[in-house]
Write a protein that binds this ligand. Sequence first.
Ligand code: G3P
Length: 245
Amino acid sequence: MTCCETSKEKRDGLLFLDTAKLSEIEKYLKLGLLDGVTTNPTIMKKDGVVGGFSAIRGRTIEIAKMIYPRPLSVETASPEGNKEELLDQAREFSSWGTNINVKVTFTTQKGEPNTDVIAQLTKEKISVNATAMMSISQCFLAAKTGAEYVSIFLGRVANMGYDPSEETRKLRKLLDRTGLPAKIIAASSREAFNVIEWFMAGAHIVTVTPDLLKPCIDHPYTRETVAMFDGDAANWLQEWRDSVI
Ligand code: G3P
């Protein structure tokens, strides 16, 4: 099963974890809340994957196996913007697991487009997650060149003074209207509320750090309500427990 086949099964309302921490991935996988994982060089470094290329390969393969058949994004890098280097990395990364897709930044750090890299990888049937995008036009162009995922960094979009939900609404409308099959990954979340806010705006996928997922789950009033139910179940619970011993 290829990455693209896997992700076609369900296209919307998907929750990805933006982390390289195995314990968090395992936790949310077991909880049934995880639809995929996204990483980048900064996340890898922050999450302790610092033993060079073999460490990146090791952690990537470990995560890919752990979450299979859910997708995992791993990011290419070439500070000089060397296209051949990006292509070679992408080919190697994608060979590590059929559920691995390759992140390619939409431009180099000098602003040169990587649309040719995205198009070539798409031609080779390597799934691309076009990343580090801050505008609808970047996402649209990445989608046109074949990216399976378009990652828009909405927290940064908001920091630049734009309304992230409005941008997402427009982008979703544009993709739907043009029939481009790319899935929007809403990334760079800043608040727990962003998860629902961005799904409502039209993101197919929201990727979130584990610490922002916790407040989406726990609520003091839910705890209090569960305590009430548990207290009122006391009149039959012991009898039930004794009966199943
Ligand atoms: O998934 C993208 C994300 O990791 C970047 O987030 O918080 O650095 O804007 P941030």
